[in-house]
Design a protein. Structure first.
Ligand SMILES: [Cu+2]
Length: 191
């Protein structure tokens, strides 16, 4: 993100998308112990391990046949006007469910989005598009992940920092069934 006050949504969208699309972090942690580490780094490693542990805690709604795992919010530089939430949502029921949106005290608008890929002049251009719903088939899993489907968090009213937890109420159809989550803010996809 540049520090320009007049960022258009389009621009934020494409930059956030390319940020989300980075997968170069993969495997970075595996080699972490091979280096001499400072106390700070050790703290960071312990913190990230704690995150991973807290991420495996599942949310099981009382009356919703849904299990949420591996939920996290992307920490972005303070100039970012939007971020995204990712998670795995399992439908344990017999009927299809649809993810239709979410809300949070930290944002004015949260929408389900898909990532689109276009090739223009031989260059692959990543974009995203808001959708009314993302379906979760009975017994199936909807995976929200960087470079794929996500919950776009727009109109940030407070900036989620790494290490914080964010309250997120996720909404499902049919009806308007709600699931309250509290999910960690991390910089890169936890393993
Ligand atoms: Cu998006």
């Amino acid at each position: 993100m540049r520090a320009q006050p007049s960022l258009t949504y389009e621009r934020v969208a494409s930059e956030t998308s390319s940020f989300c699309g980075r997968s170069g972090h993969r495997g970075a942690k595996a080699g972490a112990f091979a280096y001499a580490v400072t106390a700070y780094e050790i703290t960071q490693i312990i913190l990230s391990l704690l995150y991973v542990c807290s991420l495996s805690v599942t949310a099981l709604a009382d009356d919703l046949p849904i299990k949420v795992e591996h939920a996290w919010v992307q920490a972005l530089p303070p100039v970012a006007e939007a971020t995204a939430a990712y998670m795995k949502i399992r439908n344990l029921g017999q009927a299809p469910l649809k993810l239709i949106g979410a809300s949070s005290p930290i944002a004015t608008r949260i929408e389900p989005m898909i990532t689109t890929k276009q090739v223009r002049n031989g260059q692959e251009i990543l974009g995203m598009e808001a959708v009314a719903e993302l379906e979760i088939p009975p017994g199936g899993t909807l995976e929200l992940k960087p470079g794929g489907n996500h919950l776009m968090i727009m109109g940030l009213t407070s900036h989620p920092k790494e290490g914080e937890r964010v309250k997120l109420t996720v909404r499902f159809a049919p009806g308007d069934q709600r699931l309250d989550l509290e999910i960690p803010v991390v910089r890169q996809e936890p393993k």
